[in-house]
Design a protein around this ligand. Structure first.
Ligand code: TZP
Ligand code: MG
Length: 386
């Protein structure tokens, strides 16, 4: 099967030492060496096929059970199946015949920290590294005898790199956003007002604060964003900038919130220097598929009720919240319900299936914004426990 392997063979442990391109005077010896090298190649293919399959299964389980992301799970699964299909084109009998786990000299060899796994993400990262290493080893050895299959394996290696990147971006941003239950939108372009509100909301337990500054020059907008991000970072609160991906990136905010007429999610993502939380407004079921296809970190659903903060927008109602949150379950995309939410109606919104609540005027126009945040947070956190 792998005849050319013998050309540069160095066979240890069998008392045969050969270097260079030999023409064997003894056909019997040549035949033996050829067999030994073919077996070695089959062992490498068998071991790395198993390694790659197992690694892709770890990745798939992480996407499925930790990230709860259907699309990423599907990609990991597809990669595993394509790998099996490619290796399935080789001679399975020879591969398994070469297996010698007990005689494998590499089994007991360990290096420091090799097995360090501090989190599920570490398991996934280790799986991604192992997968691409195994795919590289597979392609190298398979190429000796079967260039078309080697090419398929190489393509899978590039798919694996892209999958790893998408998992890290998704994992980083959605993990950060998953902790957000109370999201405060500060609609103002006045520095003193923005900063004092941000401090009070952070003190009151807001998990995320969005700067929604309209009618403002870029330089002033940027300065507002920088200070807001600082306040949020100091308080351990997620910071989001409305409308402007460029300002969000330049101010090193955690995220940007995009409306239907803002930059598309994909283009905003291209600007990121670190994984950027990307939110997208969704006002109707009709926009659901398009919004999901863009793979934002979260979508905002609203306005749930009519609101003076966005007077031209049509209220979507509680049934819509119920419908959309059901569809979003299993996509890995988070959501916040927004629009006209007060302490009197927040329970209805949670009842309808919302897990996170975004509030503007009921907090920012309250006489004590920190106390208003505290009251909202308490209602959200105790929901379903009474
Ligand atoms: N998007 C949909 S409704 C809304 C936005 C920005 C405004 C929410 O403000 P409020 O005062 O909480 O109704
Ligand atoms: Mg906008």
């Amino acid at each position: 099967m792998i005849s050319c392997l013998t050309k540069a063979g160095v066979v240890e442990g069998s008392s045969l030492f050969l270097l260079g391109d030999f023409s064997y005077s003894n056909p019997c010896l040549a035949h033996i060496i050829e067999g030994i090298m073919e077996r070695a190649a089959n062992r490498i293919i068998d071991a790395n096929f198993n390694r790659a399959r197992e690694a892709s299964r770890v990745i798939e389980e992480y996407c499925r059970f930790a990230l709860n992301s259907g699309p990423l799970t599907e990609r990991a699964k597809k990669l595993r199946h394509e790998l099996s299909a490619s290796v399935g084109k080789l001679d399975a009998g020879r591969l398994i015949a070469g297996r010698d786990t007990l005689g494998d000299v590499g089994v007991g060899i360990k290096v420091d920290k090799q097995l360090t796994r501090g989190s599920l993400m570490d398991c996934c990262t280790a799986g991604c590294k192992r997968l691409t290493e195994a795919l590289r080893a597979l392609a190298e050895v398979i190429r000796i005898d079967n260039e078309p299959v080697a090419k398929e394996i190489e393509k899978l290696r590039y798919d694996a790199y892209t999958l790893e990147k998408d998992i890290v971006l998704f994992s980083d941003t959605s993990t950060k956003f998953k902790g957000v239950r109370l999201y405060i939108v500060i609609t103002s372009n006045l520095p003193d007002e923005v900063f004092s509100l941000a401090r009070e909301c952070a003190a009151g337990g807001a998990d995320c604060i969005q700067l929604r500054a309209k009618d403002i020059e870029d330089d002033r907008h940027f300065a507002l964003a920088v200070e807001l991000v600082k306040i949020c970072k100091d308080a351990g609160v997620v910071s989001v900038i409305n409308d402007r991906a460029d300002i969000a990136v330049a101010a090193e905010a955690d995220g940007v919130h995009l409306g239907q007429n803002d930059l598309p999610v994909e283009q905003a993502r291209k600007l990121q220097l670190i994984p950027l939380i990307i939110g997208k407004s969704m006002h109707s079921l009709r926009q659901l598929n398009a919004a999901c296809a863009e793979k934002p970190t979260y979508v905002s659903l609203g306005p749930v009720f009519p609101t003076a903060t966005k007077p031209t927008a049509q209220a979507v109602g509680l049934e819509y919240i119920n419908d959309v949150t059901k569809v979003l379950a299993g996509t890995g995309i988070c959501h916040v319900a927004i629009g006209g939410i007060t302490q009197d109606n927040v329970k209805e919104v949670l009842d309808a299936g919302a897990e996170s609540i975004a509030v503007c005027s009921a907090v920012t126009k309250a006489s004590d914004p920190a106390a208003a945040c505290r009251a909202f947070k308490n209602k959200i956190e105790t929901f379903g426990k009474d």
